[in-house]
Design a binder for this molecule. Structure first.
Ligand code: FES
Ligand SMILES: [Fe+2]
Length: 374
């Protein structure tokens, strides 16, 4: 590892990368995973929290533990928009102040409170702001309103930055994703010529194959918009946030935007169901990745029609790298230019943060689009 600000893997509250990520809205859960009055323990950015939905439907993100004797608040009860500790009933209002301590004198609760964090629920996701001061404006893209959104949260036991680099590394399709859906559309064949452009939001990236250009966008610090192809589902737009859970694990929170009509949608739902059934009879993707990394299996031993083949291939590419890389020993070429740009954008911000300088105010234009490039 070189300078301190080159450490993009350490994401705890004291680490530079962790402090930087906390300056942005980050998804912490799927809307559908949070039922009213059923609090959840949440682990994100190396910290624990309690997430709950009040009886009004409003979402609250608060401290993990009760200040009395440390019980996890996630096993407590939701009353209105407050949370009551399961152990002795201390009750915390939505703003965090202690509103009741049934077994104590009325005076005792004075000044007792728990931490609370701003939340914003949209696009089927719950976002939180875990940093200091006021949160930035929430970025909005027109594509969010132009199609039907489906959400996923996928836990991946490798660093979020390895996943970001993999996603902006267009040449890996030609090697990592052999024998996949990308064969259908010819994305595997020709070596792409890559260009990248620094923008007000991060990086616009282009990959040219023949006469067509595939265009996508990387948004600082950890999300992106790109086009995606599936065998039976066709094309969609794919907006994904790579949110660290620990230094060596992250969750990819996805908003997939589909533009099909009703008939196409019915066929697509059927294909998805078939995939789900198939997946149930197969070993879990993560177990297969581990077998491959341990040398007990080879990636090409997997059937090409495995429902998670692309995920497993990407997982192997990320897990087979050292967890904390010494980047000074890498040989970076023209095909790495987009990876290099993302690293430079990050390094500049972490350096500024380290030196106490003002950080870049990123701006996401609403009208950004993708192009498929085939
Ligand atoms: S530990 Fe929460 S009220 Fe006692
Ligand atoms: Fe990939």
């Amino acid at each position: 590892m070189g300078a301190r600000y080159e450490d993009v893997v350490s994401i705890g509250p004291q680490a530079l990368a962790g402090r930087f990520l906390r300056r942005f809205w980050q998804p912490v859960a799927l809307t559908q995973s949070l039922k009213p009055k059923r609090p959840l323990p949440i682990r994100i950015l190396g910290e624990d929290f309690t997430l709950y939905r009040g009886e009004t439907g409003a979402v609250h993100l608060v401290a993990p533990q009760c200040p009395h004797r440390g019980l996890s608040l996630s096993v407590g009860r939701v009353i209105g928009d407050s949370i009551e500790c399961f152990y002795h009933g201390w009750t915390f209002a939505a703003d965090g102040h202690c509103a009741a301590q049934p077994a104590e004198d009325a005076q005792f609760k004075k000044g007792v409170c728990i931490a609370t964090y701003p939340v914003h629920e949209t696009l089927g996701l719950i976002f939180a702001y875990l940093g200091e001061g006021e949160p930035p404006d929430f970025p909005v893209l027109n594509v969010f309103e132009q199609g039907r959104i489906e959400n996923r949260a996928s836990y991946r036991p490798w660093p979020f930055f390895a996943q970001i680099e993999n996603s902006v590394d267009e040449t890996h399709f030609n090697f990592v994703h052999r024998r996949t859906k990308f064969d259908d559309i010819g994305m595997n064949k020709e070596m792409p010529v890559l260009t990248s452009e620094k923008t007000a939001y991060g990086m616009r990236r282009m990959a040219q194959r023949g006469a067509s250009v595939r265009e996508g966008h990387f948004f600082m610090p950890n999300w992106s918009l790109s086009s995606k192809y599936e065998h039976d589902e066709g094309w969609s737009d794919h907006v994904v946030w790579r949110v660290p859970v620990e230094d060596d694990a992250h969750i990819s929170f996805t908003c997939e935007i589909f533009y099909q009509n009703e008939n196409e949608r019915a066929a697509f739902t059927k294909a998805k169901e078939a995939k789900r059934t198939k997946r149930r009879s197969m070993p879990a993707a993560i177990d297969l990745m581990k077998e491959i990394i341990a040398g007990r299996m080879h990636i090409d031993d997997l059937p090409a029609d495995h429902p998670d083949i692309v995920l497993i291939q990407d997982g192997v590419a990320c897990l087979a790298q050292p967890f904390r890389k010494d980047r000074t020993t890498e040989y970076l070429g023209a095909s790495d230019r987009q990876v290099v740009m993302v690293r430079r954008l990050w390094n500049a911000e972490l350096k500024a943060l380290d030196e106490g300088r003002t950080l870049t105010a990123w701006h996401v234009p609403r009208d950004l689009k993708t192009s498929r490039g085939i």
